[in-house]
Design a protein around this ligand. Structure first.
Ligand code: COA
Length: 335
């Protein structure tokens, strides 16, 4: 983890990005803003005001951090107009747009939409839905993608793990899409493969996970949960012909070479998959937490993928260092 994180920070420094942190009312966020700036990882725009930051994080040096308060900023009206244009077809009035533009997460999303920052990080004191909804509504998805999804980078414990020979695995989607369709699973797989490549430095080999390997599970009542993963493989093969992908595969068939040799001998991915795609959020969320708590892996994320510009959500239980790491990842995602 330490190694991967220091490489990510190093690359972020070289990228010279500007990231907005929306929650200047939170001590951890103010501390992270100062630390990111002092370490040169990115330029920070912090949404908040001086008095408030000094109150929640006394003594923290914010030299070099740009503070913006939507209640006094001259940009708020301009952003309200942008929001109104984007949402009027959905019934938004100009009054409502102006009201929403004062909201700090919406203000941050509008800064990103308008190109005033390169990335957005929030969620230390807001729910996932409240953190991502402004982005979903105004930043929208990247060209060629219909879905915003998420993944975790799981970094092997010190001493390594035989089933993660490159030191990390990527799990998706464990946090955002609740019950994805075959088409959506395919999108999650392609985006997770890209995150595996660009953030974790892996050469992606994608396994679509199931309780069944290559048709071994033949429960008629729940067959659609298996066919969904098989269909997703076909969609990925068609849309990303260069990407290594196979499924449906059980977790052990996906990562254990001896099991793969028995259960999926014809597969070019089974036994050494490093991007593991789960059939729904139940499996994914439980799965990454088992790897983290019982397997000793360090979970890094959720990393959002598929947005037109990078937005990331923090856990409300995050610490200052988690925010610094998320800012660095967000800086790397900026194009
Ligand atoms: C992602 C999530 C927050 C979106 O919920 P929401 O705000 O209620 O979303 P809505 O259905 O109101 O959609 C808002 C907009 O975002 C779009 N949208 C929603 N999810 C999307 C996705 N995954 N990808 C792309 N667009 C999406 C909708 O199309 C809609 O666009 P529109 O208003 O322009 O028509 C929701 O799926 C969720 O809560 N997921 C689970 C999160 C969670 O609890 N995780 C726990 C573990 S960390």
């Amino acid at each position: 983890m330490a190694d991967l994180l220091s490489k990510i920070k190093e690359r972020a420094r070289a990228a010279h990005r500007t990231i907005v942190l929306c929650e200047g009312e939170d001590k951890r966020v103010v501390e992270a803003a100062a630390r990111v700036t002092a370490e040169g990882i990115a330029k920070i725009v912090l949404i908040g005001n001086k008095a408030e930051c000094e109150k929640v994080a006394p003594g923290v040096d914010l030299t070099g951090v740009t503070l913006i308060d939507p209640d006094t900023s001259e940009k708020t009206e301009e952003y309200a107009k942008i929001l109104y244009e984007l949402r009027k077809a959905k019934g938004m009035t100009e009054e409502e747009a102006l009201r929403q533009a004062h909201d700090r997460t919406m203000f941050g999303a509008l800064m990103l939409k308008n190109g005033d920052v390169d990335g957005y990080v929030s969620g230390a004191c807001h729910s996932t839905a409240n953190t991502l909804r402004p982005g979903l509504q105004v930043v929208k998805t990247a060209p060629g993608t219909k879905l915003v999804s998420s993944c975790f980078v799981l970094v092997a414990p010190e001493g390594g793990n035989a089933f993660a020979p490159d030191g990390a695995l990527v799990f998706g989607d464990c946090a955002l899409n609740i019950c994805p369709s075959a088409e959506e699973i395919a999108e999650i797989a392609m985006s997770s493969a890209e995150t595996a490549r660009s953030i974790a430095g892996l050469d992606p080999a994608v396994a679509m996970l199931s309780f069944s390997s290559h048709g071994s599970g033949n429960d008629k009542k729940y067959q659609d949960t298996v066919t969904k993963m098989q269909q997703a493989v076909e969609i990925v093969k068609e849309r990303a012909p260069g990407l290594k992908v196979d499924g449906e595969l059980q977790f052990d068939s996906a990562i254990v070479p001896k099991v793969a040799a028995v259960k999926a001998p014809s597969s070019s991915v089974a036994g050494h998959a490093n991007v593991l795609i789960f059939p729904d959020i139940n499996a994914g969320n439980i799965g990454y937490k088992i790897a983290e708590r019982l397997g000793g892996f360090m979970a890094f994320g959720p990393i959002c993928q598929g947005f037109a510009k990078p937005l990331n959500d923090l856990s409300r239980g995050c610490c200052t260092e988690d925010i610094v790491a998320t800012v660095a990842i967000t800086a790397l995602q900026a194009k």
